[in-house]
Design a protein around this ligand. Structure first.
Ligand SMILES: Cc1cc2nc3c(=O)[nH]c(=O)nc-3n(C[C@H](O)[C@H](O)[C@H](O)COP(=O)(O)OP(=O)(O)OC[C@H]3O[C@@H](n4cnc5c(N)ncnc54)[C@H](O)[C@@H]3O)c2cc1C
Length: 388
């Protein structure tokens, strides 16, 4: 039965299955109550502050593995299942899900899908949306809508699950995800080469990307002033990894030094540290920059001396981590590329749309979607793009 707890701010309900969740949402709709949605709470800072809500819905009680077929490489999970639970289940069958998500003991599949973020291995494996073959979503009236299924090619027409990817629950509550999974790899390793300029590192990274080499991830980190480390990760059989590592190393062109390192588990060195959101006084921003302009963006941000800078060359995203909030925000504004704040401390967070400005045409579509799917603004009110 649904668990209920109360704090001085709000009542929290924790439904234990999709039927209980549907009932709660249906009743909230009838009573015109608003709901704040919570998964593992690892990314609560990555949303607008929003309006106070009548209820909090803790979705971690939807924690069932619905279906797992190792031979079909498919898995269906309820939205509150933690990534670590799936890691363990899949590892027993020599399988895995290739997502760079940290805090895997807390992070839920629903929250990860709703956030729509990605890590550097997106280059090789795609983002979570590319692994999802079906989804169930609870709409504002408490009804379950289904899209896709449990086979890999089963969508024609609109793929509705994608509407909810990165939507932060603005259009409905994800209750179940069906996923493609992968075999585990024998080996993960990395080439790290250090350059004195961002341009040189980006040029070497671009050469790796456009070659016949097959890296899982390629990204650049400014580790100290004048030190730009290009990391290229290789995954596969031991033999494949060895051959690839050597080939990548040879193609890097006059770096200061090249290191070959083995890496285990889900670690993506440096990236995990740059995008970590738990330090309350630290800004973390994500800038969308075409791969061909990343070196230029890094050079422009180089003046932020104490910031950590990272360019994910596979996805065209640049990340900035800084405790000097004012100068960092000013530099990002001057840069002019679309910027989202995964974490924005202090007063600046009150009136800034953390998702960044959006063009009018795109905004008009989002507003119509919100009006269609959640006209009473019941789900996470004010927390999504443009305070929808
Ligand atoms: C270093 C690093 C690497 C990362 N790499 C990746 C990656 O490779 N791929 C990737 O996908 N993500 C990645 N992320 C993002 C991240 O890990 C997830 O987005 C996160 O784990 C969110 O899960 P949560 O359960 O804690 O969500 P919460 O923080 O609880 O919620 C996040 C948002 O989702 C909403 N929400 C929660 N559950 C639901 C639901 N069931 N239905 C609708 N809305 C809901 C909440 O209201 C809130 O707006 C990375 C993050 C970091 C820091």
């Amino acid at each position: 039965m649904t668990e209920t707890s109360r704090t001085s701010h709000a009542t929290t309900l924790r439904p234990l299955n999709a039927d209980e969740l549907s009932t709660i949402v249906g009743e909230a709709d009838a009573e015109q109550r608003t709901l704040a949605l919570r998964g593992g709470r690892t990314h609560e800072r990555f949303q607008n502050l929003g309006d106070p809500t009548d209820l909090e819905l803790d979705l971690t009680g939807l924690d069932g593995i619905v279906d797992y077929s190792p031979v079909d490489l498919t898995l269906a999970v309820e939205a509150g299942v933690r990534l670590a639970t799936v890691d363990q289940l899949l590892a027993e069958q020599g399988q895995r899900i290739a997502l760079d998500v940290p805090h895997r003991g807390s992070a839920t599949f629903g929250g990860t899908f709703a956030c729509g973020l990605s890590g550097p291995r997106r280059l090789r494996y795609g983002a979570l949306k590319d692994m999802v073959i079906g989804a169930e979503v609870i709409n504002r009236e408490g009804f379950t809508t289904k899209s896709g299924g449990m086979v890999v090619k089963n969508v024609s027409g609109y793929e509705l699950a994608r509407l909810h990817y990165g939507a932060h629950g603005a259009f409905g509550i994800v209750s179940r995800l069906n996923l493609k999974v992968l075999p585990t790899v024998e080996s993960r390793a990395e080439v790290a080469a250090t350059y004195t300029t961002a341009e040189a590192a980006a040029e070497a990274g671009a050469a790796v990307l456009v070659s016949t080499l097959d890296p899982a991830a390629v990204y650049i980190v400014r580790s100290a002033p004048g030190q730009w480390v290009l990391r290229a990760q290789i995954e596969g059989s031991l033999q494949f990894a060895r051959v690839q590592l050597q080939a990548v190393g040879q193609s890097l062109g006059a770096p200061e030094n090249v290191e070959y390192v083995g890496i285990g588990g889900y670690s993506t060195p440096d990236f995990d540290r740059v995008v970590e959101l738990r330090e309350a006084d630290t800004l973390v921003a994500r800038v969308s920059v075409p791969a061909s302009r990343q070196a230029e963006a890094l050079a422009a941000l180089d003046a932020l001396e104490s910031a950590t800078l990272l360019a994910d060359m596979g996805s065209g995203l640049v990340y900035v981590r800084s405790k000097d909030i004012g100068p960092a925000v000013a530099s990002l504004k001057a840069l002019g590329w679309p910027t989202a704040y995964l974490a924005l401390p202090g007063e600046s967070a009150d009136d800034v749309d953390v998702f960044g400005p959006m063009d009018e045409a795109g905004l008009a579509v989002l507003r119509r979607l919100k009006d269609q799917f959640d006209p009473q603004r019941m789900f996470n009110p004010g927390r999504f793009v443009a305070f929808l």
